[in-house]
Design a protein around this ligand. Structure first.
Ligand SMILES: [Mg+2]
Length: 210
């Protein structure tokens, strides 16, 4: 695979993420029944449908506008508490993306721009049992990746960091959202939002490699 990517590969990454969420929505709702209202898988499905529809109508759209439109579509799709945050992730990425010639450093910057935009809204830190427990380790891994190295390998490392971060939420109590009121009862369960993010990163990898 070439060492730079563009719109076509970014679409492949996002389609990979959509497929990964769609294949795991029941597990996500099961996780949410332990720590919330059990609708996380369903709301993520609704968000992913909005993503797919936006990609389908983006044949002649610059990748920057496509990512912005995806963010907007997610925010408009009633994605529960996750929707606005996930939407801001895509909108943030739209601010740092090119149609061609993105090397590993540029891809890392794009994803970091998305995570930073999301983090401004979320304000959660590592240890708060939220999506940021998967997002922030993924960003750190990408920031440390070889700027001219393999994008595929960097994304695989980021996906591993996100999965490890999601796994670590098992031992956390929640400081945000509904789960905050459950105290120690959420111990022993992964945060569904963090698991969604780890699936999205895994999907990015699989989509790029497909
Ligand atoms: Mg819920």
């Amino acid at each position: 695979m070439s060492n730079t990517i563009g719109k076509k590969e970014i679409i492949a990454m996002i389609v990979g993420a959509v497929e990964k969420i769609n294949a795991n929505h029941q597990m996500l709702s099961q996780l949410d029944s332990a720590t919330g209202d059990g609708d996380h898988g369903t709301t993520m499905l609704r968000s992913m449908k909005a993503v797919s529809e936006t990609i389908e109508s983006s044949t002649d759209t610059a990748v920057k506008d496509m990512l912005y439109n995806i963010g907007w579509a997610i925010m408009s799709a009633d994605g529960g508490s996750t929707g606005p945050l996930l939407g801001s992730f895509f909108m943030g990425m739209s601010e740092s993306v090119s149609d061609t010639g993105m090397d590993c450093g540029a891809v890392a910057e794009m994803i970091a721009a998305g995570i930073n935009k999301m983090h401004k809204q979320s304000r959660a830190q590592i240890g708060d049992k939220t999506m940021m427990d998967a997002m922030l380790p993924a960003m750190e891994t990408l920031n440390n990746a070889d700027k001219t190295g393999s994008i595929s390998e960097a994304l695989a490392s980021a996906a591993k960091a996100a999965a490890d971060g999601a796994e670590a939420t098992t031992e956390m109590t929640a400081k945000f959202g509904r789960a905050r009121n459950l105290g120690d009862r959420v111990l022993g369960h992964r945060d569904p939002g963090a698991v969604s993010i780890s699936l999205i990163f895994k999907g990015f990898c699989e989509g790029l490699d497909s």
